[in-house]
Structures are given as structure tokens and as C-alpha cells.
Write a protein that binds this ligand. Structure first.
Ligand code: SF4
Length: 546
């Protein structure tokens, strides 16, 4: 028996698997297949679309397992998730087709080409594989996580992947009207098993990790008897120390979700754990708070966890502890905010309150790394399913206006404060070149999209200096820019230079050292170049290309 695993990517409230991320699911499934001694192959949906040979390879298998479910709307640079409409096109005519993942929660119609395994699927899929292979065995997800780690080497982005690491599943609150976390079977992984998985992935060459597969990282290893579990500072410190002891050259260690209600309920313990996060995780980290709304009436009507004043309190604490800049140019830890619109009880005033809340953050100089605004996705089985899309349709114009206003008046200003002009961002990975701009990002949780002036090959890593701002992105110049090799349009992009001066500088190349440059361009021009360029003695740009 041979099995093909097709990774259609997932994006859920507490799990991301769109490249460069790789979710735990394909790793666990790979581990199950290895455990059962089943011959397997792994592909991503993007390689399926681009390369006809992938389809041929799948057609030689007996079973196709498709993982899918980008149920949180998003825009992605690294890959395009498999949609429900595309599903029939990936089914294999001669395989048994199995669909798993959060997409199964929102399928509008059942595709008869697929056997659907309900979410959460791991245990059920394992039983099905045992049945198909005729092997009897015990389900052990921790074991599968280690055994299946080597699937990362089949990922097209390897070694530039970020492994989404699972610490626990489910939510102790699980009451929010729109959320699907209540469908998860609660499961807390032991720190030993998470660390063992870290160690194995590290051994395979992975250097980027995100502790993203939990609803509230602060409460990992906490007792879940109370309504709001108390963070465990000592255990969390030990957990981080163990990771670094075994994986000393990690480049990215980030987290995803934190519930602001935990900070508001247990400020001392939360503060202690946040200090550990700031100390042991890498810079550019974002603690995303599911605020959803700044309207107290909507918080109550939808059983949301935290009131706006509690979210504000959590933002203040994270700013106090995390806003200092780290080695890669980014503040060490900042909060992120998620807003959801279309909820029960929402009115026009809700949008005004949301905007006022964000404006107040700017006035108080509190930084927020990312403001995510989305219309509620209504999923069967949630309280919102009865209420439906009434407010989404009715308030569409308010949603659009609110989003535009935040992008124009809040986001850009936040970016300016987070990354002032001249800040150098390090280790940007070039991903896509469009015209004379290459889009690059740090391998990080919610990295800032950076348009670097110039054409750079994919997967090149470089440093760049901020020169301008978009609404949610920045423009930068490679740092330092080699004045002898730079293209004319790159020199032109240096603030205060302009095309005429750039052409004059280019005509005087090559420069053998900085003094040469200074003498050739004069004090005034040199003062503008000084902080941006270096002088090499290698190959020299001919100065004519624009
Ligand atoms: S706090 Fe609410 S939105 Fe967040 S995971 Fe729990 S139920 Fe879902």
C-alpha cells in the first residue's frame, strides 16, 4: 500500500500551515504512516498545481490524504491554500481519497469523491489507516510527532520553513459565539514530548519555530480546573531553558495567541511568564490577543472573554516588557489585535468604539504590531450559526470604512513608531520579485512585508534599511548597499539623492574606499550616502541600467 499526503494548508484560529509554515498535521500523519510501515510521499498543493509530475506520482498511490482548511480568511505570499471549489480537481481517479482538516467543518456540499474524516481527525484517521493496512496499533500522537518530523525535508521551502509547534489543544473558555475551538478535544502535551519534537526537528535542520498551536500560550502547563487557569512561571522558564539547551542555534522562536483575560486575571504570574518569553524567545515576536470588539455590549452578547479595559491592561503590560528593540531590528515582543465584525449585538457605534480604542492606543504611545480585522465566518455548530450573516450583510459598509480608516490612520502610524526611518531589519528572506522591487520577510510570526529596492534571487537573505512606509508594509534598501555594484535606481532610492545625482555618482565609479567616494561626490552628497552604502572592490555596476 502506498499513500500520498497532499498538504492543502490550514489556517485556523490557533494553527497556521501556509508556507513558510508547516502545520503539525502533515507531520503527525507522516508519523502515523511511518509507524504503520506504510510507504508514503508528501506534496504541497502549490507543487501539485505547478508540476504535472506530482499528479502522476499521486496516481501511482492507493490512498490520497488531503489536508485542508484555511478557515480564517487571509492573504498569503508564501502559498495559496486549497479551496473547497478546487477539491474535486485534486481527487485522484484511482486512489481512495480522504479529506481531513478544518475544511471538513465548513463543507457546503459533500464531495462524493472523498471520504470525510471529521475534525479533529488524528485518532479517527489513524484507526482508518490501521483498518486499511490490517495492522492493529495504539494511537500515540506524541510518538507520531517525532517519527513524522522528517516530512519537513520534503517541503519545497525546506530549510526555510517555520514549524508550528503544538503545546495544547482546546480553549478553557470555549464560549465565544463564533469560535470553533470547542470542537477540539482538549489535549495538553507534556513539555517533554514537545521538547523531544523540537530536538528531532532541530536535528533535521529546522531553525525556525513558532509555539502557535494553542489558544493561550500563557496557560501552557497550567491547571485547567479554574475558569481562568493560572500561568506557571517556573515551569515555563524550565521549558524554554530546555529548548535552548538542546537546540542552541535556533534562529526563530515565537508564539502566537495569548488571551488578554489571563493577563487581567493573573497579572503577577502573567508578567513573570511574559518576562521569560521576552528573554528566551527571539525578537519580532507577537502576542496576538483575540479582542474581537471594543464594544462592551457586543462582548457580553457573544460571551467573549475579555472586556476592552482588560485588553488595554494586557497591551500596557506587553508594551512595558517587550517593546525594546532586539538583534534583528524588531521590538522583542508586541501585542497584536484581532477584531471580528458582524457579531451579535453589533451596531454602527461598535465600529466607532473600535476605532476610538485604536486611536487611544496611538495617543498613549502603546504599540500594536498587527491589527487584523475580519468579518465573522459562520461555522455550523457555533452560536453564531443561528444568528447568521445578518449583521455581516447589514454592516458591510461600516466594516469597509472601518478597515480603510484603520489602515490609513492607525496602521501606518504604528509602523512608523515600530520601525522608525533608518531602522535596519536583519535576515530578510527574499521571496518574490516584481519589477524592480523584491518582497522579503523575516522568518517570523506575522513578519512585516518589506519591499526591497532591487532584484534579488528567491531565498537570498539580506539586511535592509527602512526608507518609506505603506499602510502595512515598508520600503527598504539593502544595507549596506554596495555603491560600486548598485543599480542606478537603487542609488536614486537613497533618501535625498535623486536620479541626477545618482547618475553623477555612478559615472565616477569605481571607488576604491570610502575616502575616495567622499572626495568624488563632495561633503553634502556624502552625508546623505554615508549611512546607506559601503564600498567594495569587486565587480562594478556599469551605471547605465535603470
Ligand atoms: S477565547 Fe474565545 S475566541 Fe479565543 S479560543 Fe477561546 S472560545 Fe475561541
Amino acid at each position: 500500500m502506498r499513500v500520498a499526503v497532499l498538504d492543502g494548508y490550514v489556517d485556523e484560529p490557533s494553527c497556521l500551515g501556509v508556507p513558510p509554515y508547516i502545520a503539525p498535521y502533515p507531520r503527525y500523519i507522516w508519523g502515523m504512516l511511518k509507524h504503520l510501515n506504510i510507504d508514503s510521499c508528501y506534496f504541497t498543493i502549490d507543487s501539485f498545481r505547478k508540476d504535472g509530475r506530482v499528479k502522476d506520482k499521486i496516481s501511482k498511490c492507493d490512498i490520497l490524504i488531503v489536508i485542508a482548511g484555511a478557515i480564517v480568511p487571509g492573504k498569503y505570499l508564501g502559498g495559496v491554500p486549497l479551496s473547497e471549489n478546487e477539491l474535486p480537481h485534486v481527487a485522484c481517479g484511482r486512489c481512495e481519497n480522504i479529506l481531513v482538516g478544518p475544511l471538513t467543518l465548513k463543507l457546503r456540499k459533500c464531495d462524493d469523491k472523498f471520504e470525510i474524516i471529521d475534525f479533529p481527525f488524528e485518532e479517527r484517521l489513524f484507526e482508518r489507516l490501521c483498518e486499511m493496512s490490517g495492522v492493529r496499533s495504539r494511537f500515540d500522537c506524541d510518538k507520531f510527532s517525532v517519527l513524522g518530523a522528517d516530512v519537513v525535508r520534503h517541503h519545497p521551502d525546506f530549510p526555510h520553513v517555520i514549524c508550528e509547534m503544538e503545546t495544547y489543544r482546546g480553549c478553557y473558555w470555549a464560549k465565544c459565539s463564533f469560535c470553533v475551538e470547542k470542537f477540539q478535544n482538549f489535549m495538553m502535551r507534556s513539555p517533554e514530548s514537545v521538547i523531544e519534537e523540537f530536538e528531532r526537528l532541530y536535528e533535521l535542520g529546522v531553525r525556525h519555530f513558532r509555539l502557535g498551536r494553542q489558544t493561550d500560550f500563557l496557560t501552557y502547563m497550567a491547571e485547567f480546573g479554574d475558569e481562568f487557569p493560572k500561568p506557571q512561571p517556573e515551569k515555563m522558564r524550565g521549558f524554554h531553558e530546555a529548548i535552548w539547551r538542546l537546540c542552541p542555534h535556533i534562529k526563530t522562536l515565537h508564539l502566537d495567541n495569548i488571551n488578554p483575560k489571563t493577563i487581567a486575571t493573573h497579572p503577577d504570574e502573567s508578567r513573570a511568564v511574559l518576562k521569560t518569553i521576552v528573554r528566551y524567545q527571539t525578537a519580532g515576536n507577537v502576542a496576538v490577543f483575540g479582542m474581537e470588539t471594543a464594544d462592551e455590549r457586543v462582548v457580553k452578547a457573544n460571551n467573549l472573554a475579555a472586556m476592552p479595559d482588560e485588553v488595554l491592561f494586557a497591551i500596557e503590560i506587553v508594551n512595558e516588557l517587550g517593546r525594546k528593540r532586539g538583534f534583528n531590528g524588531m521590538p522583542r515582543l508586541l501585542p497584536g489585535l484581532n477584531f471580528v465584525t458582524g457579531l451579535k449585538g453589533e451596531t454602527k457605534e461598535t465600529y466607532e468604539l473600535n476605532y476610538e480604542f485604536l486611536k487611544m492606543l496611538l495617543e498613549r504611545d502603546l504599540l500594536v504590531r498587527r491589527i487584523n480585522i475580519r468579518q465573522v465566518s459562520i461555522l455550523p455548530g457555533t452560536a453564531m450559526a443561528e444568528f447568521g450573516y445578518k449583521n455581516v450583510k447589514k454592516h458591510k459598509k461600516y466594516f469597509k470604512a472601518f478597515k480603510r480608516k484603520v489602515r490609513e490612520e492607525i496602521d501606518r502610524e504604528m509602523l512608523k513608531r515600530i520601525l522608525p526611518l533608518g531602522t535596519v531589519l536583519r535576515d530578510l528572506r527574499c521571496e518574490l520579485t516584481v519589477g524592480k522591487v523584491t518582497f522579503a520577510r523575516q522568518l517570523a510570526s506575522y513578519p512585516i512585508l518589506t519591499g526591497i529596492i532591487g532584484e534579488y534571487e528567491r531565498n537570498r537573505f539580506l539586511n535592509a534599511k527602512v526608507i518609506a512606509y505603506g499602510m502595512r508594509s515598508i520600503t527598504a534598501i539593502e544595507h549596506p548597499l554596495d555603491i560600486n555594484r548598485a543599480k542606478l535606481y537603487q542609488i536614486d532610492a537613497i533618501p535625498g539623492i535623486g536620479m541626477r545625482t545618482a547618475a553623477e555618482i555612478a559615472a565616477k565609479r569605481p571607488f576604491r574606499h570610502v575616502d575616495d567616494l567622499k572626495e568624488a561626490v563632495g561633503e553634502d552628497v556624502f552625508s546623505k550616502l554615508r549611512d546607506f552604502v559601503c564600498v567594495s572592490t569587486g565587480e562594478v555596476c556599469d551605471g547605465t541600467r535603470r
